[in-house]
Design a protein around this ligand. Sequence first.
Ligand SMILES: Cc1cc2nc3c(=O)[nH]c(=O)nc-3n(C[C@H](O)[C@H](O)[C@H](O)COP(=O)(O)OP(=O)(O)OC[C@H]3O[C@@H](n4cnc5c(N)ncnc54)[C@H](O)[C@@H]3O)c2cc1C
Length: 291
Amino acid sequence: MRDGDHGSGDRNKCLSAAVRAMTVVDPQGGIFEVAPHLDGDRFAATRAGLGGVGIVVRASLAVEPTYDVAQRVYLDLPFATFATNYEEILASAYSVSLFTDYQAARFTQVWRKQRVSPGEQLEWSDPWFGVVGATHPVHPVPGMSPDATTRQGAVVGPWHERLPHFRLDHTPSSGEEIQSEYLVAREHAAPVLEALSTIAPLIAPVLLISEVRSVAADDVWLSPAYRRDTVAFHFTWRRDPPAVLDALAAIERQIRPFDARPHWGKVHRFSPEQLFKAYPRLPSSRIKGGD
Ligand SMILES: Cc1cc2nc3c(=O)[nH]c(=O)nc-3n(C[C@H](O)[C@H](O)[C@H](O)COP(=O)(O)OP(=O)(O)OC[C@H]3O[C@@H](n4cnc5c(N)ncnc54)[C@H](O)[C@@H]3O)c2cc1C
């Protein structure tokens, strides 16, 4: 929440966008409240503050009544199908996640999560964009047990048991990994995927799995989705820091023309100058803390 973390969904904003007010302790030990009606700029700066404005000791969040979700996983969607239909594919459910290992030009899995109203019978096209639904549970990371994943197969359940990919009482992802993520404007989804495909041989050997998701634009100054509907390219790497840094250098060369923003909580190689360019509100967010 402090660094603009996000889930997935064309209309779902980053987690910090759900903050309605905060109590913060500043470096001098003073306590101040942050809320839109008190100071709009300070609120926008603090919602994803990277710890730079103080320590958040209390946060009020927007909440909504509980709801149900069902998820289905589809297998082996070609990159070419995504490139020509990405808007429809990303908008095809409340939350959509596409996974690839860059071993071939296809997404190995597409996780589609739909909200379900009481008594509603969801229609799940199969085939969908020419690919079929998985007939048994799958884990996004090749070789990992699907026992760690939340219930698939369109079985309806509470939101908190479907929107995360992994069960709360199991290890998320691989459990032994390095993560990176770059976020670009949604209209760049296809060209960025193409640019990354051309260096697939550099990415694949170091990669456990890569995930593509969408995030809705927000007004949080340091959010990676600040003022632009976004698509996020996430990389879960093997725990091999030198090899990961080499892969990141290659990735950052490829995505440079697309005005990418790196995720604050994950590994990247942006210089301070590049970060200031990627996050234009960064300088003003530093001076909007406690008095
Ligand atoms: C398995 C796994 C899955 C993940 N999945 C996702 C995902 O789906 N989407 C996504 O966006 N990210 C995801 N992440 C990344 C995750 O969001 C970041 O790792 C996380 O936000 C970093 O927070 P932290 O508390 O671990 O780190 P920290 O380094 O403690 O904190 C991160 C930032 O917050 C600041 N901070 C910490 N505490 C406070 C405080 N009390 N007040 C003010 N500032 C504070 C720090 O200064 C720092 O800038 C995932 C990470 C893992 C390991």
